[in-house]
Design a protein around this ligand. Structure first.
Ligand SMILES: [Zn+2]
Length: 277
């Protein structure tokens, strides 16, 4: 049986149950929510090379446990909303007109502190210890990977797919390529086989296929390749993108195609963390 998972990032103190219902009321299967334990506020700031202009740049932190309606909603529907951790605060640092993501840091003490307190907040709030970590902005340093792995997470997902399929691939994934060598060295040195880093060509190592509808033909080519190669598939989106009805229709058509090919929706923990997968 082949599976695929749906991943939705950025659920936080600022997310309402109505936001999630608008995005996912139509989807009768499980999806994995990347929850930010202590989100900072977003600020509007258009920057070159970014596809949206709202970034987590605030100072004050807001604990997800402070949003009772959201926490209750998620606790009530564990079969629909599987939980992953999406950073701790998701806070970006601004360097000129470039953003540095939270886990794109080499400060082990900072990373360790943030990872532990984020995990504790999710445990406190949901009574569950997630095994999947989704780095904010899909960016994580070698040190970040070591820390997250050492804290007990078994799977970190990055957007780095398995094989180049076009020249465009190198342009799309230049940022991910930059730290891939370091991550691979870490994985080999620590025999961290349970920590599945996208980008390995080894069988059984997870692949992430991100949903970007700006080039739907290329997206569908990649999905077809992944299905043919039996690579694990993640369709990644955000609930605020899914608020758009035309986006939901495209997403639904994609998931219909996958299910038509015999793939079944599963949580990221089921797909990426099962010992025998
Ligand atoms: Zn995010």
């Amino acid at each position: 049986m082949s599976f695929f998972c749906v991943r939705d990032d950025d659920a936080s103190y600022f997310t309402s149950p109505a936001d999630l219902e608008l995005a996912w009321g139509w989807w009768p299967h499980v999806l994995t929510l990347g929850v930010i334990p202590f989100s900072v506020e977003t600020r509007y700031l258009p920057l070159p090379g970014r596809d949206h202009a709202l970034h987590q740049l605030g100072e004050a932190e807001f604990a997800v446990s402070g949003n009772d309606p959201l926490c209750e909603h998620l606790r009530k529907h564990p079969d629909k909303y599987a939980l992953a951790m999406h950073g701790c605060t998701h806070r970006y640092k601004l360097h000129g007109d470039r953003l540095k993501a939270e886990y794109d840091s080499s400060d082990a003490a900072f990373l360790g502190r943030e990872t532990r307190r984020g995990l504790e907040e999710l445990q406190r709030c949901f009574g569950h210890t997630p095994k999947v970590f989704i780095p904010p902005d899909n960016a994580i340093s070698r040190k970040g990977l070591e820390v997250v792995h050492g804290t007990g997470f078994s799977y970190v997902q990055t957007p780095f797919p398995l094989k180049p399929d076009s020249v465009r691939w190198f342009l799309d994934y230049a940022g991910a390529l930059h730290s891939w060598g370091g991550r691979l060295r870490h994985r080999l040195r620590h025999k961290a086989v349970d920590l599945r880093v996208c980008g390995s060509i080894s069988k059984g190592i997870g692949a992430a296929i991100l949903v970007k509808f700006d080039d739907e033909t290329l997206l569908r080519e990649r999905l077809d390749l992944a299905v043919a190669q039996r690579w694990p598939i993640t369709l990644a989106t955000h609930y605020w993108e899914m608020a758009d009805a035309s986006y939901r229709r495209k997403f639904a058509s994609l998931t219909d195609d996958l299910m038509g090919k015999g793939l079944k929706p599963a949580s990221m923990e089921t797909l990426y963390c099962a010992k025998d997968s």
